[in-house]
Design a protein around this ligand. Structure first.
Ligand code: HEM
Length: 267
């Protein structure tokens, strides 16, 4: 670790992120879920074959990557973190974007996430991964496996990670999808899995792109979310997580820590 990274007071950064989460809203919503999505989209471009993509470099600062339609809306999360970055000259954007994801999960009642600094910031967009590496919500299990196997995850880790959809919302002006997954969109619990099993999900009428709604019409699921209970192997893990929140928290913490470290050089 360089003396720069060592000089950052991460407890103080954490307090600033928590303060930003508590005292701001983004389009009327608390920022925790959007910060989590930022950390995931920074990391989820990783390709284990070529070692390209991933959170190292904070390449989403460059238009080439931020303009990927999958990243719509994330500028708002990066803007929220900008004043915190300015306060800590020894901290990289790449460390901040991932650390904020960890703090967001923990601040919403999720598990403690192991995290280490040490990422550097790329100088220009030549380090950006190509667009199109993040998952497409209109697809099914085969596509989910293709994307997450490319990063080096197995079926159990995939299901745990997608359980992050227990928090947050979809936005018409960002992805085209609309609505929250659960009645507690700022509570990092296992409601996503419980609802997948306990509710009857039907296609939302007169709405494109195709998404699903519960019996109240207030909650939503993406096609990729339903694939988590339609695919027999995914479904086994989803059932375990629906029945055991501690297990979900443990497995999510391990998989999310791994996600944020993909491609990060470690001695
Ligand atoms: C098959 C994999 C996945 C697909 C297709 C997918 C797709 C999406 C889409 C379409 C949205 C809505 C964006 C918007 O309109 O604002 C979304 C939001 C979100 N995703 Fe995912 N996602 C996946 C996996 C993940 C993973 C692995 C995580 C974190 C570990 C995650 C965390 C989130 C969060 C927290 C939000 C809510 C953001 C907000 O409230 O603004 N997603 N996702």
């Amino acid at each position: 670790m360089s003396w720069f990274a060592a000089s950052v007071d991460w407890q103080s950064v954490r307090a600033d992120i928590e303060e930003a989460i508590d005292n701001n809203d983004i389009d009327g919503q608390a920022p925790g879920p959007l910060l989590l999505r930022l950390a995931w989209h920074c990391s989820g471009t990783y390709d284990k074959e070529t070692g390209t993509g991933g959170s190292n470099g904070a390449t989403m600062r460059f238009a080439l990557e931020s303009d990927d339609p999958a990243n719509a809306g994330l500028q708002k999360a990066r803007n929220l973190l900008e004043p915190i970055k300015a306060k800590y000259p020894g901290m990289t954007f790449a460390d901040l974007y991932t650390f904020a994801g960890k703090v967001a999960v923990e601040s919403m009642g999720g598990p403690e996430i192991a995290w280490k600094p040490g990422r550097s910031d790329a100088a220009d967009e030549t380090f950006c991964p190509p667009n199109g590496r993040l998952p497409d919500a209109t697809q099914g299990a085969a596509h989910i496996r293709q994307v997450f196997y490319r990063m080096g995850f197995n079926d159990q880790e995939i299901v745990a990670l997608v359980g992050a959809h227990t928090v947050g919302h979809c936005h018409k002006d960002r992805s085209g999808f609309d609505g929250p997954w659960s009645f507690g969109p700022y509570s990092f619990d296992n409601d996503f899995f419980r609802l997948l099993f306990d509710e009857t999900w039907t296609v939302r009428p007169n709405f494109k792109p195709t998404q699903y709604e519960d019996s109240t019409g207030k909650l939503m699921m993406l096609p990729t979310d339903l694939a988590i209970v339609q695919d027999p192997k995914f479904r086994q893990w989803a059932r375990k997580y629906a029945d055991d929140m501690d297990l979900f928290h443990r497995d999510f913490a391990a998989a999310f820590a791994k996600l944020m470290d993909l491609g990060v050089p470690r001695r």
